[in-house]
Design a protein around this ligand. Structure first.
Ligand code: SF4
Length: 378
């Protein structure tokens, strides 16, 4: 599992606090060249870490906005890694780049082995997109999706953002209807968060923006769940939906704590015990790390596993906690009705319905409050 961070964007979105440099036309080549030189050198120095250790053979190039890069840059990255082809090779793209560069650009990436595109659409409402300071409008997003399909992309994920105070039910429904009409293989929907160093944080603190209430966010999340379910999408992780068989392989592996290696300024790596990350700067390089103890690893396994529809073995939690959560409906057994029956799990002595495994999960109706549930289990 390899992740590459591309730290360039054409402009900054209002809510974003990721490390990224402004990619200006005309100055691109020199800046990309220095970045690629550094990235390839980092890959060379850490080559031993790219040996597959988890059986997950994926490459994810994210950002920033990787689609500002020319195809030759992706070629250099693939060549430096020297470990393809990948079962899943995802590149994050922005709609305006795809419309500007067209189907030939997409085909060039596919020739290099890219077989999945993740596009940041965020909304299909022009007013919301302007407020977010996105560079595309809804028409551009639709055209970009058409170009991906025209070029032969068969696995496309679209990102949405909810949790805005100005997002009315009508506007959200319009976006969801539009997404369902496009019918991507995968949809991610993330709740807007106010990141400390973002422009949005300044707008909140000086009163130019009022945050959405938790109740409103929960309503919007519920609408997304309902609309995507009715369109045949499986809700397999708190923020992710897929048509059957189209779950993201790379991201799903993160939720099982599979080892991964990340290259680039903002990338993180994890070898199963030690988590490390690069300094978030293009100039100069340094790395930091933390080693997780057994107690922290257990907490992380529970936290990540309970974000998913697969859930976790009940035996990872204290039996009294599982019984309490069964009783109040915040945990259910995987694969069947929520009511615990008379059978008792041999592993953990927790009552589970007859004939079912002792895997447990948070039901979709409680996913919005999963943080509270999980904190009571770890
Ligand atoms: S949200 Fe994405 S496109 Fe927008 S500034 Fe951040 S990294 Fe760049």
């Amino acid at each position: 599992m390899v992740y590459i961070h591309v730290p360039f964007c054409r402009s900054f979105c209002v809510y974003c606090d990721f490390y990224s440099e402004i990619a200006c036309r005309g100055r691109d080549d020199g800046m990309y060249g220095s970045y690629l030189d550094g990235l390839c050198e980092e890959i060379r120095l850490r080559r031993r870490e790219t040996a597959p250790t988890s059986g997950v053979n994926t490459l994810y190039i994210g950002g920033g906005t990787p689609s500002v890069l020319p195809p030759s840059a992706f070629g250099r990255i693939v060549e430096a890694l020297g470990c393809g082809p990948f079962d899943e090779f995802t590149v994050e793209v922005n709609p305006e780049d795809i419309v500007e560069k067209g189907a030939p650009y997409v085909r060039e990436l596919m020739k290099l082995g890219v077989n999945r595109f993740s596009m940041g659409v965020q909304s299909l409402d022009d007013g919301i997109l302007r407020w977010m300071r996105r560079r595309h409008d809804a028409g551009t997003a639709r055209r970009a999706f058409g170009i991906l399909r025209e070029a032969g992309a068969e696995n496309v994920s679209l990102d949405l953002i909810f949790g805005l105070s100005q997002l009315t039910p009508e506007v959200l429904s319009g976006t969801l209807d539009g997404i369902c009409e496009l019918r991507p293989e995968h949809v991610s929907a993330y709740q807007l968060s106010i990141e400390e160093d973002s422009d949005l944080a300044a707008m909140v603190s000086d009163g130019r923006y009022m945050e959405a209430s938790e109740e409103l966010c929960a309503l919007q999340y519920g609408r997304i769940c309902d609309r995507l379910r009715s369109a045949g999408y499986m809700h397999y992780e708190i923020s992710n939906w897929a048509l059957p068989g189209r779950e993201a392989v790379h991201n799903s592996a993160y939720w099982t704590r599979a080892p991964y290696v990340g290259f680039g300024p903002g990338a993180h790596s994890f070898d199963g015990v030690r988590r490390s990350w690069n300094s978030c700067e293009l100039s100069g390089w340094s790395a930091s790390e933390e080693v997780l103890g057994e107690a922290e690893a257990r907490e992380e396994r529970i936290m990540l596993g309970l974000r998913t529809a697969r859930g976790i073995p009940a035996s990872w939690c204290r039996p009294e906690d599982v019984r309490r959560c069964f009783a109040d409906g915040s945990l259910v057994t995987v694969g069947d009705a929520p009511s615990p029956g008379s059978a008792v799990c041999g592993e953990c002595a927790v009552a589970v319905p007859d004939g079912l495994s002792a895997r447990v999960r948070i039901p979709e109706s409680r996913w919005f409050v999963s943080d509270d549930i999980i904190s009571g289990l770890i």
